[in-house]
Design a binder for this molecule. Structure first.
Ligand code: ADP
Length: 160
């Protein structure tokens, strides 16, 4: 069974993330969406909330959601994953993602990183943009799954 991991902070999950995750699920037998904590970012939602949001929005049998606080390659080894699948938006994603792919390759040579190009309409969509628009009262319906829209507005108003 070929297993791939889609890692990210998903703070919160957007339609851009979901597109990449669902496309990965067509290429692999199983996809694990791995919610990680990025120490360089201040997260709006806890890892538990980000995981719950993903679980609510994913309806395919071969996709699982998990949370991990350690090194991605250690998780991949433990779960026999053969690939990491990431979405690439504009050129600005490339430097960072390429660097990560090279580091992961040197830490765990058996694993590959695959990049899927973002769909045109998701090219400029990011979790930070969703938070900014949502907290200013803008319409985020075409950016995030309907299942979590109200949770974002509530959090913007200060609810935990
Ligand atoms: P962000 O960069 O928005 O904080 P994450 O760290 O959660 O997002 O990203 C997880 C993965 O999803 C990364 O590979 C990132 O490039 C990809 N991704 C993020 N937004 C999009 C999008 N709009 N379309 C395609 N892929 C995306």
């Amino acid at each position: 069974m070929k297993i791939a991991i889609c890692p990210g902070s998903f703070d919160p999950v957007t339609l851009g993330h979901l597109d990449i995750i669902e496309r990965a699920a067509q290429l692999f037998d199983k996809v694990i969406v791995l919610v990680m904590t990025n120490s360089a970012k201040q997260h709006m939602f806890t890892a538990q909330q980000r995981t719950d949001f993903l679980k609510r929005c994913i309806h395919l049998d071969n996709i699982e959601v998990d949370t991990y606080g350690g090194l991605l390659v250690d998780y991949a080894k433990e779960h026999n994953a053969v690939a990491i699948v990431k979405g690439l938006r504009a050129v600005s994603d490339f430097d960072y993602e390429f660097q990560l792919a090279l580091i992961n390759k040197s830490l765990y040579p058996k694993m590959e990183t695959l990049f899927l190009p973002a769909k045109g309409e998701n090219m400029f969509l990011s979790s930070s943009m969703v938070k900014e628009v949502g907290c200013l009262g803008g319409d985020i319906s075409s950016f995030v799954p309907g299942e979590i829209k109200e949770d974002i507005y509530k959090r913007c108003k200060g609810d935990k």
